[in-house]
Design a protein around this ligand. Structure first.
Ligand code: NI
Length: 197
């Protein structure tokens, strides 16, 4: 059931983007700026090395961005494994992207926990956490849904947006890769972000 819920949220996120584009097209007003500018903004967080960082980490290279939590049983590790696979499949072009994970669970995901988690996927991955307020601000800026769900055993899990975000080299929102999307589709999207040589 948990998986279904995640996938539903991924679909909601993707449908939202799709509808946004559709409604703009329907009126033919070319107001395409609004759809992209609405996602992203200022934040202040701590990376997995314990360094304070902000939205300027997205400047200079396109970015592959994911929002999740280290104790996620399935969707997050699957997606991060996919991201590591894309990075690998891109070969030398893989170094031309930032790979950034934002935790949606700052209470449990300390920089140390995030550092351990990132190292399990790819040494190039950057993990971000912060105080609950700092994380909330970042998630709001990127229009990411995240909600704590209490479990029967007193523990909790997190419901959250499951799509991977792609940002261009200016840090502006470019698009998404849906949960479970085929690698060749994902790679085609990533390659559109590379400067044509
Ligand atoms: Ni997850």
């Amino acid at each position: 059931m948990k998986t279904i819920r995640y996938v539903l949220w991924a679909l909601v996120a993707v449908a939202g983007f799709g509808l946004g584009a559709l409604s703009l097209d329907l009126f033919g007003t070319q107001q395409t700026v609004s759809g992209k500018a609405a996602i992203g903004g200022e934040f202040s967080l701590v990376n997995h090395k314990g360094e304070r960082v902000d939205q300027t980490i997205f400047k200079g290279k396109p970015s592959v961005v994911y929002f999740g939590f280290t104790q996620c049983p399935e969707i997050c590790p699957t997606t991060l494994l996919d991201m590591a696979g894309w990075a690998e499949a891109l070969g030398t072009d893989g170094d031309k992207f930032n790979y950034v994970f934002f935790t949606v669970d700052p209470e449990r995901d300390t920089p140390e926990v995030v550092a351990d988690y990132m190292s399990a996927f790819d040494p190039r991955f950057i993990g971000l956490t912060g105080t609950p307020d700092e994380v909330k601000t970042a998630l709001k800026a990127y229009r990411v849904y995240a909600r704590k769900v209490e479990l029967d055993d007193g523990d909790y899990t997190m419901d959250h947006t499951a799509a991977v975000y792609l940002l261009d080299a200016k840090g502006d929102f470019f698009g998404t890769v849906a949960y479970g999307e085929q690698q060749q589709n994902a790679l085609a999207k990533l390659k559109r972000l590379l400067p044509s040589s």
